[in-house]
Design a protein around this ligand. Structure first.
Ligand code: ATP
Ligand code: I3S
Length: 421
């Protein structure tokens, strides 16, 4: 009998660059050698090929930032994204790490900075905040930008970042030291008060309910207030990668972060974002010692976190355990309960075959793609084989998938079980 803990099918849908950086081979080795974890089958998903034959998947781990950003203007990327979305909608039992809408919002700094600003209220007790900022939607006359900067309470120096938060151009930034230099910006962009923080960046890498903190170089302190210095143009990867060394990154004083505050921040963001794989960039204001959030990243590199692979695998395992117990959550709008006429007619033969072949692990229950599970139902499936017969305990069988499907798929039996305990 197959154990529900075994054989997780994990698909990775990543850009070539991300795949190489992640080193999926090492990941695979980790999945094989960590005895505390169940069995994982890892595969790479090729977005350019039909997805159904590449599946099924219990989980898809993805970073589709390139495709999502390119889909704004490129029809091939639109098609790839649409294919992926329809696969996901048709397979509600497949867990997506992370949900597309949740991660898409972080590709837009206008959206992510609004989220960061909300933290100020929700985490008031921890004195966590993000710097004042201003959205610049389009080219406007310098005096109206200057007025908006004043009205929003921004202080010089000001850091200017592109609106789009992904791709090589998104790391091109500038430091602006006076009102006159606001002419150097290229909308759409955000302007944000620069906060002196002793040139230390605290990267908080989140994997489900675990998080890891890593220190990185960062921009050095600058005198507060406007001055006649020329705008400094820089690439964020020159200043905040582990190996970064630049005139802009001299460490002056290291100020630590309290682990309780970081834990509270991570907990709050997990709820706000509805994501499991993300990074938060934090600096400590050297004057006020306030923990200040400056960036939230989708599925970051986890550089300096050797535990990343095992943390990811145990997160996947815990997500799937919860799902097996509670049943898949949301399904697409096309999935209507009318598709499930209440029926107690059971194709016992196909079910019995499936159970005997171990294609239906005991106590496994899943949902046929495209059907809707009853909200808040518990799903539980107990099969007892007596000779050729199969009996059910405490389950109301709504529909058994047709025999063609039941050949290869665990997702063919639909059982709505309620009040089973
Ligand atoms: N408000 C700020 N005050 C002080 N320094 C800042 C501020 N915002 C950004 N920085 C500095 O600029 C760097 C880049 O900023 P940010 O993290 O927003 O860029 P990014 O390109 O989105 O980064 P990532 O590579 O993590 O995606 C930070 O690591 C930090 O050194
Ligand atoms: O782990 P940190 O230091 O946060 O670095 C990440 C950057 O912050 C991201 O900007 C990278 O993604 P982009 O490809 O969007 O630049 C991201 O690239 P990746 O998706 O290839 O890992 C990382 O380099």
């Amino acid at each position: 009998t197959g154990s529900p803990m075994s054989g997780r099918r994990v698909g990775f849908c990543l850009s070539d660059k991300k795949r190489k950086r992640m080193n999926l081979h090492a990941f695979h080795r980790c999945s094989l050698t960590d005895p505390s974890l169940g069995e994982f089958f890892l595969s790479q998903i090729d977005l350019a090929r039909p997805l159904v034959p590449q599946g099924p998947f219990d989980v898809i781990v993805h970073k589709l930032s390139d495709v999502i950003v390119e889909a704004e203007h490129d029809s091939r990327s639109q098609q790839l994204l649409a294919n992926f979305q329809s696969y996901v909608a048709a397979h509600p039992g497949t867990v997506l790490l992370d949900p597309l809408p949740a991660m898409t919002q972080l590709l837009d700094r206008f959206a992510s900075y609004r989220i960061m600003t909300k933290l100020h209220n929700s985490l008031r007790d921890w004195r966590i905040c993000s710097p004042p900022y201003l959205e610049i939607h389009s080219v406007s006359d310098p005096s109206s930008i200057q007025q908006a900067v004043m009205a929003q309470g921004l202080s010089f120096p000001i850091i200017c970042k592109t609106r789009v938060a992904h791709g090589s151009l998104s790391h091109e930034m500038s430091l602006i030291f006076s009102e006159g230099s606001l002419a150097d910006i290229h909308p759409p962009c955000v302007l944000q008060s620069f906060v002196n923080h002793g040139a230390v960046l605290h990267k908080v890498f989140v994997v489900g309910d675990q998080h890891f903190c890593v220190e990185r170089p960062s921009l050095k302190n600058f005198p507060s207030g406007p001055c006649d210095r020329e705008t400094i143009f820089f690439n964020s990867h020159q200043v905040s990668k582990p190996e970064s060394s630049s005139d802009l990154t001299a460490v002056s004083r290291i100020v630590g972060v309290t682990s309780e505050a970081v834990a509270a921040l991570v907990k709050e963001l997990r709820v706000q974002l509805g994501m499991a794989l993300f990074g938060v960039d934090v600096i400590i204001n050297i004057q006020t010692h306030t923990l200040t959030v400056i960036d939230i990243n989708i599925f970051p590199g986890y550089e300096g976190v050797p535990q990343f692979f095992s943390a990811l695998l145990s997160h996947i395992e815990s997500v799937l355990d919860k799902q097996t117990f509670a049943g898949p959550q949301a399904v697409g709008p096309s999935a209507t309960s009318t598709a499930l006429s209440t029926s107690r007619t059971v194709d016992t033969r196909s079910l019995s075959d499936a159970a005997r072949d171990n294609r239906l692990p005991l106590r496994f229950c899943s949902c046929h793609p495209g059907f809707q599970m009853k909200h808040n139902s518990c799903f539980y499936f107990i099969v007892e084989e007596a000779e050729e017969m199969v009996t059910y305990s405490c389950v109301e069988v709504m529909q058994i998938g047709n025999s063609q499907n039941s050949r290869n798929s665990l997702h063919t039996v639909i059982i709505i079980a309620q009040n089973i305990y």
